[in-house]
Design a protein around this ligand. Structure first.
Ligand code: SF4
Length: 287
């Protein structure tokens, strides 16, 4: 399955991406659509809690390397933010989910734990701004899942395999497509948004300090959701991606294979081997 085929089917049948994904998953896994909607609803509940927890109370990671940033940012954005209400809420939610993950709390890996803040932050911030019903958000998540499934089939979703473009880049693409669907865009526009999001994160390396999913992962989730919202907004304006989604996934796959091992979750390159990154790793070792 690829995006081109999915868009064609959706256009012929006059259905949305989430309708397509719901039918496909129901047939593939032999479960009812109601059951699928219930499962996604449960995932949404976990996302809602993770997106709120670290904004309300400062929480810190088990290593002590990170924490408290979601709370700090929430305090600022309530008074003033450069970003406006939707984007600033998205940043706060992304930080919160990622800090919950770093503190070993409960999150939904979407597509991975390291990139768990991007999809929830995008859909929950848009939900608040547009006062969308919960059912619409559930359908947005189903749409995001379909995009992730296509990326997984044609490239990969793990930093160890394809660098952070495969994690945060894929999450941005999934979130961008979901937001377009939530706001009434077409399946083609959803995939344009996803393609733009991938293009904007192509080549992003995986370089976690001390091998922990904290630095730079937490802040990269904040950047990832901004990428998603920007891509969705452009697609909703009618801007198309000259390089179609399927081609961007192919490029991501090839770029991932070309990345040296040092930049694929080994903590042997990038930020992990900066002077400070190495010092932080050493401090943890000597504890
Ligand atoms: S830097 Fe690596 S571990 Fe961190 S979010 Fe990106 S892919 Fe995951």
């Amino acid at each position: 399955m690829n995006a081109q085929t999915v868009i064609k089917i959706c256009q012929e049948k006059g259905i949305s991406l989430s309708d397509f994904a719901l039918s496909q998953e129901s047939e593939q896994d032999n479960i009812s659509k109601t059951e699928i909607l219930t499962r996604f609803g449960q995932m949404l509940s976990v996302m809602e809690t993770a997106a709120r927890t670290a904004r309300e109370t400062p929480i810190h990671s088990v290593s002590g390397l990170t924490g408290g940033d979601a709370y700090l940012y929430e305090q600022r954005r309530k008074k003033r933010s450069l970003l406006g209400s939707t984007a600033s809420k998205a940043v706060a939610c992304a930080l919160s989910c990622s800090e919950v993950n770093a503190s070993m709390g409960r999150i939904v890996a979407c597509p991975t734990a390291g990139s768990c803040g991007i999809v929830p932050a995008a859909v929950l911030s848009v939900q608040e701004e547009y006062d969308l019903p919960r059912e619409a958000i559930v359908k947005g998540l189903i749409c995001a899942g379909l995009v992730g499934q296509i990326i997984g089939e044609h490239a990969c979703l793990a930093g160890a395999q394809g660098g952070c473009q495969a994690e945060c880049g894929s999450a941005s693409a999934m979130a961008a497509a979901a937001v377009v669907e939530l706001l009434g865009g077409s399946p083609a526009q959803s995939f344009d948004a996803a393609a733009i999001a991938i293009k904007n994160s192509l080549g992003l390396v995986c370089d976690p300090v001390a091998g922990l999913v904290e630095i730079p992962c937490i802040k990269r989730n904040a950047g990832g959701v901004m990428n998603a919202l920007t891509a969705a907004d452009m697609a909703l304006a009618g801007i198309v991606s000259r390089i179609p989604f399927d081609d961007t996934v192919d490029a991501m796959n090839r770029v991932g294979r070309q990345l040296p091992t040092a930049l694929r979750e080994t903590a042997a390159g990038g930020l992990a081997t900066t002077k400070t990154g190495l010092e932080l790793a050493e401090t943890l070792k000597n504890r």
